[in-house]
Design a protein around this ligand. Structure first.
Ligand SMILES: [Zn+2]
Ligand SMILES: [Zn+2]
Length: 143
């Protein structure tokens, strides 16, 4: 474990939607952080790319209202606040037991920096980044 990851795991992450009816707390460090450029993330959020942090489901606890869910594909569900529409989470049958949380919904999104780009083959041509992070045309390798 790198010092940076250790520091992250010691702090408790909290976040929620813009109206405040969905609130969550996260225990421990993410398994992965990434910027996704896929077309479904883009459509689901209206944003050119989405920064996600992946956790085990048991790391994330919701206080109060849970996100409403929309099946964006037969395999995947996107969680959002039913009152204000803020995108919160992503779960899918191909990543059982795991949940992606939208980094932008954290109270301190600066705490989790994306470590890679995925679905970079779908990245909008005007969306460029001054980073040297790995870029994968589709899903990143899972090993
Ligand atoms: Zn809300
Ligand atoms: Zn995506």
């Amino acid at each position: 474990m790198t010092p940076a990851r250790q520091a992250m795991s010691e702090s408790r992450l909290e976040g929620g939607c813009q109206c405040g009816s969905v609130r969550y707390a996260i225990a421990g460090a993410p398994l992965m952080t990434a910027l996704c450029h896929c077309t479904t993330c883009r459509r689901a959020t209206g944003a050119p790319a989405v920064a996600w942090a992946m956790f085990k489901e048991e790391q994330v606890s919701f206080a109060g209202r849970r996100p409403a869910e929309y099946a964006s594909s037969p395999e995947a569900k996107r969680g959002f606040c039913a009152a204000c529409g803020t995108p919160i989470s992503f779960t899918a049958s191909y990543i059982p037991g795991l949940v992606d949380i939208a980094i932008g919904s954290l109270d301190r999104p600066e705490a989790l920096a994306p470590a890679l780009h995925y679905w970079d083959s779908k990245r909008l041509p005007w969306m460029t980044f001054a980073d040297d992070l790995p870029k994968y045309p589709g899903f990143p390798p899972t090993d």
